[in-house]
Design a protein around this ligand. Structure first.
Ligand code: PMP
Length: 310
């Protein structure tokens, strides 16, 4: 797997203003550093016709603020304020390539107690150049991880919380050490629920199946996009428990995420999926996703917003 993640761009949004990234620092004793008490988001920026196109920014903001609500963090921001911060940051960095914006809510309180009450939270944003996060030119080699996804009864699975990504890190690291590209994780009921940082779908006996929203998975914005496209395109899709044998014998396996976009697996635990090539459903969904980004689809109006880069 190619490592395409580069370093931060020159400016960050920090302490309510645009600040050089090198000066955007917090104390090593910060609550968020010690306990992983952050909630974050991740949006792709596509540089097209001299402007930055952001995909579903309102939905990303909503998920971030839902995470704040779930954890009961003391933090408030309106969507207008968020958009202003995003547009100022893009203008400051003047991206010359596609990029990724990472907004996150953190606490730099030097408080030793792991709790959310009595702790103050702030927002920061930074940008990195980002092409493909995972290799899109081929199918992924997946393994089913020995690490289980935590249940929502332990940590919210619907919030992208910094600390909970230790679980993703364990699963992804195991996959890399074993020579695979990415891991699939099971929940407490031995159902496969997602990748370490992607949602997952299977095409099984000609039908799309994905785990139910209430299973221990993140409700991905790319996943929601795929579900909405399927409904419009009359591609049959069901939400259901997916076990390991269904995965091994699926016609196609798709992974979706802001970083990953729409990818397919050519094998899981060395069992070849379908004919090991990109399937019909994956190709069709990818074409539609690209048309949305390229503003050649009716949904582009709804889901794409444009920002000046200079
Ligand atoms: N599941 C997990 C655990 C993730 O980290 C991500 C990436 N945010 C996804 C699914 C996909 O979500 P999205 O499409 O919103 O990027």
């Amino acid at each position: 797997m190619k490592d395409r993640i580069k370093t931060m761009m020159d400016y960050a949004y920090f302490e309510g203003k645009i600040t050089p990234s090198v000066e955007s620092k917090i104390s090593i004793a910060s609550h968020s550093i010690q306990y992983g008490s952050t909630c974050f988001g991740g949006m792709r920026g596509y540089l097209r016709e001299g402007k930055a196109r952001l995909f579903r920014i309102e939905d990303h903001f909503e998920r971030l603020m839902n995470a704040v609500k779930i954890f009961g963090m003391d933090f408030k921001m309106t969507f207008e304020e968020f958009k202003k911060a995003v547009s100022e940051l893009i203008l400051a960095n003047k991206p010359a390539t596609d990029f990724y914006i990472r907004p996150f809510i953190y606490s730099d309180d030097e408080d030793l107690t792991p709790k959310f009450v009595g702790i103050s939270f702030k927002i920061a944003l930074y940008m990195i150049p980002l092409g493909d996060y995972l290799d899109t030119s081929r199918g992924l080699r997946l393994m089913v991880s020995s690490w289980q996804k935590f249940p929502d009864a332990s940590i919210s699975t619907k919030a992208k919380a910094g600390g909970s990504y230790l679980n993703s890190s364990l699963a992804r690291s195991e996959a890399i050490r074993c020579g695979y590209d990415e891991a699939l994780v099971m929940d407490q009921n031995w159902s496969i629920v997602e990748g370490s940082a992607e949602n997952f779908f299977i095409v099984y006996r000609g039908e799309m199946i994905m785990p139910s929203i209430g299973s221990s998975m993140l409700e991905g914005i790319t996943m929601r996009t795929v579900v909405e496209i399927c409904k419009e395109e009359n591609i049959s899709i069901r939400f259901e428990k997916i076990d390991r044998s269904m995965v091994y014998t699926a016609d196609e396996i798709l992974l979706t995420g802001t970083g990953a976009q729409i990818l397919f697996a050519d094998s899981v635990d060395d069992r070849v999926i379908g004919d090991g090539k990109m399937g019909e459903v994956c190709q069709r969904l990818r074409n539609i996703y690209t048309a949305i980004i390229e503003k050649k689809h009716p949904k582009s109006k709804l889901w794409i917003s444009e920002y000046e880069v200079c």
